[in-house]
Unconditional design. Structure first.
Length: 237
């Protein structure tokens, strides 16, 4: 890994460690290099590295074992559906809280976007769904599908034309990424994203505020149900 610039150091360290885990194909339970080695490679202080560790642990990416180091713990690094189910069961309260905030945020976003969305915004959403539809038949595309899911909701948030809403959504996106990745690994699950997105876009084209809100809330209710099914072990590979 290359040294990083000392601008928003902690966030850059988080990004670099995520990249390292992916590039080195570190699986579940793999041990990260020592703190000393990482500080030297990234050219950062130990305090910055430990803060990045704290954020990654909160996201479920790594686990810190005192006296032993940092270990990969993301459910995405384990191909066992049983393991992913156990992980989501253990983190259910965290995701319940997150989805509650998401529902309030995205209801406000779609309400505003219904009145304010531009032709460019509608075109961006159509392009997003076109690519999603093209990829959704193959779960090996799960990473790109998760990114497209995230992008669809981000466009709506941006079209709401509220800068504070946009900034809050950035934090929600980071927390939801593991959930999105895990869901897109499940065969047939992609339709639970594509179909509601198409309904939402159709309502946005009509600038029908009530239809937009109803479609978004129904979509988010399905996402919550999917998470609960995952936690209960009702999905399998």
């Amino acid at each position: 890994m290359e040294p990083i610039k000392k601008v928003t150091v902690v966030n850059q360290v988080v990004n670099k460690l995520n990249e390292f885990i992916k590039e080195e194909s570190l699986g579940y339970g793999a041990k990260l290099p020592t703190e000393y080695a990482l500080c030297q490679q990234l050219d950062v202080a130990r305090s910055s590295l430990r803060e990045a560790y704290r954020l990654l642990q909160a996201q479920g990416i790594i686990t810190i074992k005192p006296g032993r180091g940092a270990f990969v713990s993301s459910p995405l690094m384990n191909d066992s559906s049983a393991f992913r189910e156990q992980w989501f069961s253990q983190h259910k309260v965290q995701y319940d809280d997150l989805l509650e905030i998401r529902e309030a945020l995205e209801t406000l976003a779609i309400r505003n976007a219904a009145q304010r969305i531009t032709k460019e915004g509608l075109s961006a959403l159509e392009s997003n769904l076109f690519e999603f539809e093209d990829l959704m038949g193959d779960t090996s595309n799960y990473k790109r599908l998760a990114e497209l899911d995230e992008e669809f909701h981000r466009i709506i948030c941006e079209e709401a034309k509220n800068q504070i809403l946009i900034e809050i959504n950035k934090h929600i996106e980071e927390e939801l990424l593991i959930f999105r990745y895990a869901m897109m690994k499940i065969d047939g699950r992609m339709i639970n994203t594509y179909t509601p997105h198409r309904v939402i876009l159709d309502a946005l084209r009509r600038h029908d505020q009530k239809a937009c809100i109803d479609a978004m809330q129904a979509h988010l209710a399905t996402a919550r149900a999917d998470m609960e099914q995952m936690a209960r072990g009702q999905y399998s590979d």
